[in-house]
Design a protein around this ligand. Structure first.
Ligand code: MN
Length: 245
């Protein structure tokens, strides 16, 4: 993650890859084979896939193509890291080995271009959505994970499809405000980890925000999501940070 060679640390999130949106996948593949090659590192802060049912689905042709592109980028010398999002939290060690990347825990601290920075997917900060936080605690526990992964691949795919349909219905009736981060949760996380800079995704609201925490100015960088006609990231160098795309 060092910028000593003058190269940048790149961050992307919320690509929500799915075979149903091939144009978004092509956009990511072009990015991995092009602009990302000039970076020192690429960190994916979750929701790379719209859903991930388990690492035994690596042979699926769509998944295999994405993993091969990640692997090629890693083989080209770009340090690759991935933190799970709420859509692809079942990504595990087999995926990491195949793609040539390091799995990050959520949250974690990394030195980004000389700045100690807290990295998180972002859903942990959406504390106003109590129902979601309850669901998150349930599915992110080891018991749910091992029970779910023990089911046949086809059963898992059907169950995830049903969960996604329910989530889409609920999103339509939830006020937008509860799906954004809670300022108190942001302050608490920065305070707990004793850093003043945070990068997250999840809310799809690309932007740079300032927060005062215990009298100290803190910066929160929010990554945007990808789609057919959009998709970019955050570029961090020792000279400054800016959004691209
Ligand atoms: Mn998310």
């Amino acid at each position: 993650m060092s910028s000593s060679n003058g190269k940048s640390a790149l961050f992307i999130s919320d690509i929500h890859l799915s075979p149903h949106e091939p144009a978004t996948a092509e956009r990511l593949l072009a990015f991995l084979g092009g602009p990302a090659r000039t970076a020192a590192s690429l960190t994916i802060l979750g929701d790379l896939f719209d859903y991930w049912v388990g690492d035994d689905d690596l042979d699926d042709p769509f998944n295999a193509r994405i993993v091969a592109a990640l692997r090629a980028l890693a083989d080209a010398g770009v340090v690759l890291s991935f933190m799970a999002g709420n859509r692809d939290f079942l990504i595990g060690d087999d995926f990491a080995v195949a793609a040539g990347l390091e799995l990050l825990t959520d949250p974690c601290i990394r030195d980004i271009a000389g700045t100690p920075t807290l990295l998180t997917h972002g859903d942990l900060l959406c504390t106003d959505d109590a129902d979601y936080q309850h669901f998150r605690r349930q599915v992110r526990g080891p018991a749910w994970r091992s029970q779910f992964l023990a089911k046949p691949l086809g059963v898992r795919k059907a169950e995830i499809a049903a969960l996604r349909a329910r989530s889409e219905r609920e999103k339509k009736i939830k006020p937008l405000s509860i799906m954004d981060v809670n300022a108190g949760a942001v302050a608490a996380m920065l305070r707990q980890h004793r850093v003043r800079t945070l990068i997250h995704g999840h809310t799809h609201r690309q932007g740079q925000h300032s927060h005062m925490v215990d009298g100290q100015a803190c910066a929160r960088w929010v990554l945007g999501d990808w789609g057919i006609s959009r998709g970019g990231g955050l570029v961090c160098t020792s000279a400054g940070w800016h959004f691209v795309g």
